[in-house]
Design a protein around this ligand. Structure first.
Ligand code: HEC
Length: 146
């Protein structure tokens, strides 16, 4: 194929692509869908930037228990973020469509909702106690998927 012919083919393809995108845009505009809630980052980024730092606040609770009200409020924020992260594991781009994935995500949510409640109640013992459940929810999914 000559150079000019292949670049013509390319621009035709691009034109078709732009048209398809425009049509898709129209369809989307007409019918917004829950599937438009899409993952923003890679799974690895989501895990290391959001899930890890917020769950560490729970995992290291015995070593560094909240010393004052501000620290407790910070823990409330982190445990709420963690609980909502478990929900985000179920959006398009993060989720894997298996029963196991759903189960492990719900397990993580259950443990982190309890962490949020314990943080609000300033209940250090409850936070120490739910550590195992939270850890298990991470491990179950990692063993199944990594
Ligand atoms: C429902 C599944 C699921 C749950 C629950 C889960 N993870 Fe993950 N996690 C993954 C997957 C899949 C990867 C691999 C991401 C990749 O490298 O592509 C991962 C990777 C990671 C990584 C490594 C990221 C990297 O740099 O590659 C860390 C750290 C991590 N998870 C922490 C946690 C912690 C802490 C919890 C529990 C509070 C948790 N995860 C719960 C699925 C899950």
């Amino acid at each position: 194929m000559s150079k000019s012919k292949s670049s013509k083919t390319l621009s035709l393809l691009l034109g078709a692509g732009a048209m398809a995108a425009a049509v898709a845009g129209l369809v989307q505009a007409q019918a917004p869908s829950m599937e438009q809630a899409q993952a923003t980052a890679s799974m690895a980024d989501f895990m290391t930037r959001i899930v890890q730092p917020t769950s560490d606040a729970v995992f290291y609770i015995s070593r560094t228990p909240p010393a004052d009200d501000a620290a407790w409020r910070e823990l409330e924020n982190k445990t709420l973020m963690l609980a909502e992260s478990a929900n985000l594991l179920l959006i398009a781009g993060y989720r894997q469509d298996t029963e196991q994935w759903l189960q492990d995500s719900l397990l993580m949510r259950d443990a982190s909702v309890r962490a949020w409640q314990a943080a609000q109640a300033r209940d250090l013992d409850a936070l120490v106690e739910l550590n195992n459940d939270l850890y298990t929810s991470c491990e179950n999914c990692h063993m199944a998927t990594r």
